[in-house]
Write a protein that binds this ligand. Structure first.
Ligand SMILES: Cc1ncc(COP(=O)(O)O)c(C=O)c1O
Length: 368
């Protein structure tokens, strides 16, 4: 049975009437930039997360860029992050003239090792940027402790983790700012690009609100050089509808992951990632470590089963970050993970039959 890695169109079809109705009202309103649809979604997302402010921006990348900039990150500063993430988590640091300082990941979750962060903090450290990879929350208790002991702000990269909770509370609400992506395949995906910054800090919210419109708190009176980085109003209209389904989709995907875990536990050649106590991931990906990865990928693809590697090369050994002067071996856990991880199909409309087909194919590969 063919199984795609993700199926964003199936998700759309499951709520097509509501989306179409709402978009038709949006089109009729003529309010196509910022305005009521963006404001409404910002209020709804802030309420959903239990946070004071939400500022809609053009992407998850811009959410990170504007948050760091508003916190004053710039030339000569350092920002601590993980090398095992999507490039945007770290390229925004470089774009602000600061230096990414990588810390290796924990082998169990592949999230940044919070214990190791403490030893890396120095007077140049302007922020800590943990990434909730695949939707799995980082060790937020430890990160909060480090932030309060050192005064260094945490900017959470929650791009992959809308709906994830740590100790019962949504991720993105622990740091000074939480950054979300609404890229179509994300847990809460728009039909184009989008992102949001959430915070309880009124001043920070005001700064990023200005930065997204050319640095102007008052129209046509720019106070600083900013960006054009607004959340598109049509995407906000889509997101207002989809937010109502987020919890259901998160639960369905968690059930699928639990079923994967049951089926694949004990399959020789497959090692599952950990789910530490107190963390309730809203899974963006179902990812495991696998032996003979390239062969397994070929085997799956030849049977029309989607799979992908997130991420095949840790950032410290990419060409773009070569200027940092790292070499292979500097972050061994991230490098081993990059050589072993494989993401299997996961989407909320995935059927039990599709799940069975993926598991049987993986089992068959290692048995055969
Ligand atoms: C961990 C992480 N950070 C940041 C981003 C950037 O988000 P966007 O694609 O919306 O700019 C992504 C998106 O793929 C991501 O996965």
């Amino acid at each position: 049975m063919a199984v795609p890695l993700m199926d964003v169109a199936a998700e759309y079809r499951s709520i097509a009437h509501e989306i179409d109705d709402h978009l038709s009202k949006f089109l009729d309103s003529g309010k196509y930039t910022l305005g009521p649809y963006v404001e409404r979604f910002e209020e709804e997302f802030a309420e959903y997360l239990g946070v004071e402010y939400c500022v809609g921006v053009s992407s998850g990348t811009d959410a990170l860029l504007l948050s760091l900039r508003a916190l004053g990150v710039g030339e000569g500063d350092e920002v601590i992050t993980t090398p095992f993430t999507f490039v945007a988590s770290a390229d925004v640091i470089v774009r602000l003239g600061a230096r990414p300082v990588f810390v290796d990941v924990e082998p169990g979750t592949l999230n940044v090792n919070a214990d190791a962060i403490k030893n890396t903090i120095n007077p140049k450290t302007a922020a800590i940027l943990p990434v909730h990879l695949y939707g799995m929350p980082c060790d937020l208790a430890k990160l909060r402790e480090i932030a309060s002991e050192t005064g260094v702000p945490v900017v959470e990269d929650a791009a992959q983790a809308a709906g994830s909770r740590y100790a019962g509370r949504f991720v993105g609400t622990f740091g000074e700012a939480g950054c979300f992506s609404f890229f179509p395949t994300k847990n809460l995906g728009a039909y184009g690009d989008g992102g949001a910054i959430v915070t309880d800090n009124a001043e920070l919210a005001e700064e990023v609100r200005a930065l997204r419109v050319h640095g102007a708190k008052r129209k046509n009176y720019p106070g600083v050089i900013g960006y054009k980085a607004r959340l598109d109003a049509m995407q906000a209209a889509v997101l207002s509808v989809k937010l109502r389904y987020l919890n259901d989709w998160v639960l369905r995907k968690r059930d699928i992951v639990n079923a994967y875990r049951e089926r694949l536990t004990g399959v020789l050649g497959v090692t599952l990632l950990e789910e530490p106590e107190g963390r309730e991931p809203a899974y963006h990906q179902f990812t495991a470590r696998v032996e003979r990865r390239d062969e397994l990928m070929e085997h799956l693809q030849s049977r029309d089963i989607g799979c992908a590697v997130y991420y095949p090369i840790p950032l410290h050994v990419t060409e773009a970050f070569g200027f940092l002067g790292h070499k292979p071996g500097d972050f061994p856990e991230a490098e081993t993970a990059a050589a072993e991880v494989l993401s299997l199909p996961l989407f909320s409309q995935m059927t039990d039959g599709q799940l069975d087909s993926v598991c049987s194919t993986v089992e068959g590969f290692y048995r055969g």
